[in-house]
Design a binder for this molecule. Structure first.
Ligand code: SAM
Length: 240
């Protein structure tokens, strides 16, 4: 789905404008939306990535760079954080400079669906809350696979919908009221938070997303559900 169905502009263009518009408040509102659990989830992504002792990591849809910053704790790893929103990257760049991590993390403006890197460039690719914003999900996943090394891992952190009916009922009640409410109170772009909530609800999750990864040719796919299934971490390998 697009942030604004009435506009004829492409989803990519709308997403880029939307994240440029909400970049200043993004980190603060992200904490409120996730009840501060985002820190814990990023640490899990870091722990999974570290297992492979990666040297080259690409963090796609890096936004303000929080996953890239966490990955910088992996000894000997170099991280590229890529995003289509220059305003999100501007905030990320400030954090990296403040933490003296410019020699470990490089932030680059670029599109997940048209990566400029050669085949087999990265040991690990991470994508945090990014895939549901891709214009062409399959193209984005195939590009990730292309630039991953053989046996490399793709780690995706994404919103999902709880399976249990009772938990799902409370999840929908909370997210349909709480996320748009936060947007209404704290943001100039209220429609952005309606889109973020709706896209989280409608994006394929769990088994459906695993099937998509399988169809793209990924192997050994694991799912780790977080916060009663409101968020999932998918780990998929590139193997011929
Ligand atoms: C919800 S933010 C997630 C930021 C960060 N990964 C995090 O976990 O907080 C989603 C990001 O995906 C980026 N994005 C969406 N489509 C993209 C694409 N095709 N290529 C690169 N970045 C993209 C947006 O610009 C935005 O910064």
């Amino acid at each position: 789905m697009k942030p604004n169905q009435q506009l004829e502009t492409s989803k990519k263009n709308q997403i880029q404008n939307m994240f440029n518009a909400i970049s200043i408040e993004y980190d603060f509102l992200n904490k409120l939306i996730t009840f501060g659990n985002d820190i814990k989830w990023r640490k899990k992504v870091y722990t999974i990535a570290k297992e492979n002792s990666p040297k080259n990591i690409l963090d796609i849809a890096t936004g303000t760079g929080d996953i890239a910053l966490e990955l910088a704790n992996i000894e000997g790893a170099k991280i590229i954080g890529l995003d289509i929103s220059e305003k999100m990257l501007e905030i990320g760049k400030k954090k990296i400079t403040n933490q003296n991590l410019s020699d470990k993390i490089d932030l680059a403006l670029g599109d997940a669906e048209n990566l400029s890197y050669s085949n087999g460039s990265f040991d690990i690719i991470t994508i945090g809350f990014g895939v549901r914003n891709f214009q062409n999900l399959i193209k984005g996943l195939n590009e990730s696979k292309r630039v991953l090394k053989e046996n490399g891992k793709l780690i995706i952190l994404e919103s999902s919908v709880p399976k249990n009916y009772i938990i799902k009922f409370f999840y929908l009640l909370l997210s349909r009221a709480y996320v748009p409410f936060l947007g209404l109170v704290f943001s100039k772009d209220k429609s952005a938070y309606r889109y973020l909530q709706k896209s989280a609800e409608t994006f394929p999750s769990g088994h459906a997303f695993v099937e998509i990864l399988k169809n793209c040719g990924f192997k050994n796919i694991l799912t780790q559900r977080q916060m009663f299934g409101a968020v999932s971490i998918y780990i998929a390998e590139k193997q011929s």
